[in-house]
Design a protein around this ligand. Structure first.
Ligand SMILES: [Fe+2]
Length: 204
């Protein structure tokens, strides 16, 4: 019975994605500098999953990145994960990143960088903490260990959609191959782009 009330309480707090982006745009710039404060905002402001439908695209070969909103302070991206999809191991150098999972659940595998030389394209990584995210458990990238991969393992047996909030926006990152001990800088791109042309998020 207690769980039923807890779930109801979570559902009551859910907001449509356009309300979510409006609230983000109303936050002061300083809000994007505090990892803990933004994580608290995400916990208190879960997104109604059905309102994400217009932003989602699916590809059986790989996960898709769908831009929802972008300002000078942040970009908000919906990532669609089919069963078995996983990201490369990558970093978030000098950027804050928060993730929340309105649909399904995902696994985050964090890595410790023992050694890295981007010039020579070599690295040595060790696996660190692994954690799970679901609609009630958003997470922030650990600024001390900003290298991770995200997985929708076969055993989870369901599609997942995550929202990634990056501050500030960035279009490049380093991708690592821990097994081969190699790393390289890669460009990031969007599969779909839904950002509004005006400065404020619009409504239908
Ligand atoms: Fe990431």
């Amino acid at each position: 019975m207690a769980n039923q009330f807890a779930n109801q309480s979570t559902a009551d707090k859910q907001v449509p994605i356009l309300d979510f982006t409006s609230r983000l745009r109303n936050l002061p710039d300083s809000a994007f500098d505090s990892v803990a404060e933004m994580l608290n905002f995400l916990r208190k402001t879960p997104v109604q999953s059905q309102t994400l439908t217009p932003y989602l695209s699916w590809n059986h070969q790989r996960y898709t990145r769908n831009l929802i909103d972008k300002t000078h302070m942040y970009e908000l991206i919906a990532i669609c994960w089919e069963i078995g999809h996983a990201s490369s191991v990558h970093n978030h150098r000098d950027q804050n990143c928060w993730m929340t999972v309105p649909i399904g659940k995902l696994q985050v595998r964090n890595f410790r960088v023992v050694h890295e030389s981007l010039d020579r394209g070599v690295c040595q990584l060790e696996e660190a903490v692994t954690l799970e995210m679901d609609p009630t458990r958003p997470c922030a990238v650990d600024s001390q260990h900003p290298v991770h991969s995200v997985h929708n393992p076969l055993e989870f047996n369901q599609r997942a959609v995550s929202l990634h909030l990056y501050s500030r926006p960035f279009d490049r990152c380093i991708a690592y191959s821990p097994a081969q001990g190699t790393c390289r800088e890669i460009d990031l791109r969007y599969d779909t782009d839904h950002r509004k042309t005006d400065e404020q998020p619009g409504r239908p």
